[in-house]
Design a protein around this ligand. Structure first.
Ligand code: ADP
Length: 496
């Protein structure tokens, strides 16, 4: 059992207590509360009214309520009183009032009748709430909504359909080509491209079922003029209704990006096709050139063997040149054939331990390494990369055989190392050879480009072009730098 209840006051005493309670509530209310008689003369005024309008109770009680009403709204108060006298309700009536200092304030008014002892209406009490802050933020939100550079629409979620658009901003009407009124009458589904409709239908269904709260897709919408416009659309649920009832769509025009993408795709396809055609051409041309060359070499050989005696010294020298040049041309054609065959198809790709393919290259080059008394140092660990083992072996073979060919006075010292930087592996092959003039270093990776004559150093000028192609086919890049202490450092970078 709790405390015994205090005795319930009765009669006049009770009425007095209740009126005092009510008066206290009115006094401390946050809303400005004033009462006026049937002639619109102010009869009471609480503290919040003083704060809102700036007049003290002494200043206004006995005055006409007209002092609070802007000149352009004078008729309004009479109308409110008339409605109350007629028994109507006046609630949340948004209007403006004037403060003592002459400034205007946006208010929401709720008026109710004051009854006399006999039940007749003797006056009206008005509650006013300052709504200027709310109104200002509403205006700001409306401005942000209308002026947003992306299309915004609020729509209802209706199971089994794409819903209905309720509120759309200016950019949305521009994107779709319809006025706000027209859009209210169409279902967004009617504007969706048939190829995108199924995906979006499923997403909206998931949204309606509460299985997701938002989605984002690229889709096509039909503009009023009939063209399809690519947009990026995000849709998010609004409110906390269960099941969900409304959502907001944000739409962004991506047609420019889409057309740039498809142009790029087209350019890429054309480029790939023309590259493939070029490779095919190089392959066919070198293949077909080889046959007459083999015959030419064979006749030159037979000429020397069978009729060499009939030639004088000069004739035999010329014949020697013919055979040498035919041999050189054959080497060039073979390299060109190799070059045109270099493709990295997905099925060739595997994990390649660079240390292993380097070993293989060194084994192939063993006789020349011995002959030149070369030393090859591998500094640190070489990484493993994705690609074609045969091609990486070829890459090392070409670089190291160049280091042997273009050696200086001293026996060749070649060092191979790798470092990891910026998400890629940079592999270096350094030598102590004759070095490369940095001004000419750019072109040595081009097909048939050489910096020396045949007499100085024999070669086809294809070795580094093949290296470049191998590295680029693996998504990397290759370059040369002068090595510290003379010589050259060839470097290639591959994505980790
Ligand atoms: P080739 O060796 O048949 O001439 P490459 O394409 O391998 O063709 O090389 C092109 C040119 O680059 C060479 O002729 C040479 O002038 C220069 N070069 C290549 N490697 C080196 C090197 N390690 N040191 C100095 N020069 C080099």
């Amino acid at each position: 059992m709790g405390e015994p209840k205090p005795p319930v006051p009765a009669g006049e005493e009770r009425v007095t207590i209740e009126s005092e309670h009510l008066a206290a509530i009115v006094r401390s209310s946050d809303d400005a509360i004033l009462s006026k008689d049937r002639n619109a003369t102010i009869t009471s005024w609480n503290e919040a009214a003083e704060r809102l309008y700036g007049y003290t109770s002494e200043e206004v009680v006995g005055q006409s309520v007209a002092i609070l009403i802007p000149p352009d709204r004078q008729g309004e108060e009479l109308e409110i009183v008339r409605r109350i006298l007629a028994g109507e309700r006046v609630e949340h009536y948004a209007t403006e009032r004037v403060r003592k200092d002459g400034t205007r304030v946006a208010v929401s008014l709720t008026a109710s009748p004051i009854h006399g002892a006999g039940g007749e209406i003797v006056g009206v009490s008005t509650q006013a709430r300052d709504i200027s802050a709310a109104q200002q933020s509403e205006q700001q939100m409306a401005g942000a909504f209308e002026g947003a550079p992306i299309g915004i629409a609020v729509f209802s979620i209706e199971p089994g359909s794409f819903g209905r658009l309720h509120q759309v901003n200016a950019e949305m009407t521009r994107l779709l080509g319809y006025t706000q009124e027209e859009l209210a009458a169409v279902s967004p589904g009617e504007l969706t491209h048939p190829d995108d409709a199924e995906l979006e239908r499923v997403l909206i269904e998931e949204l309606a079922a509460g299985r997701r709260s938002s989605y984002g897709i690229e889709k096509r919408n039909r503009h009023k003029d009939g063209r399809w416009v690519w947009v990026w659309l995000t849709v998010s649920l609004l409110g906390i209704d269960d099941p969900p009832r409304s959502a907001v769509a944000h739409m962004f025009d991506i047609s420019y990006r889409k057309s740039a993408e498809s142009e790029l795709k087209q350019v890429r396809t054309n480029l790939e096709r023309s590259n493939a055609e070029l490779d095919q051409f190089a392959y066919v041309a070198s293949h077909d050139l080889k046959e007459p060359l083999i015959i030419l070499s064979a006749y030159a050989r037979m000429l020397g063997e069978r009729h060499g005696d009939a030639l004088d010294e000069e004739g035999r020298t010329f014949l020697g040149h013919v055979r040498d040049e035919a041999g050189r041309m054959k080497a060039m054609i073979d390299d060109l054939l190799d070059y045109s065959r270099l493709q990295t198809r997905a099925e060739d790709t595997q994990t390649v331990e660079l240390a292993n393919v380097l070993d293989l290259a060194l084994k192939t080059l063993a006789p020349r390494l011995e002959e030149t008394q070369a030393r090859v140092d591998v500094e640190g660990r070489l990484p493993s990369v994705e690609g074609s083992p045969a091609q990486f072996e070829r890459l090392f073979r070409n670089l190291i055989s160049n280091a042997l060919k273009f050696r200086g006075q001293d026996a060749p010292v070649i060092s191979v190392s790798a470092e990891h930087a910026g998400g890629e592996w940079i592999v270096s092959v350094r030598d102590n050879g004759i070095g490369i003039d940095p001004a000419k270093a750019g072109r040595i990776f081009d097909v048939f480009q050489r910096l020396h004559s045949q007499e100085e150093y024999a070669g086809t000028g294809m070795g580094l072009a093949i290296c470049k192609r191998i590295v680029e086919r693996h998504g990397g890049r290759i370059w040369v730098e002068p090595a510290a202490g003379g010589g050259s450092a060839f470097r290639f970078a591959l994505q980790d």
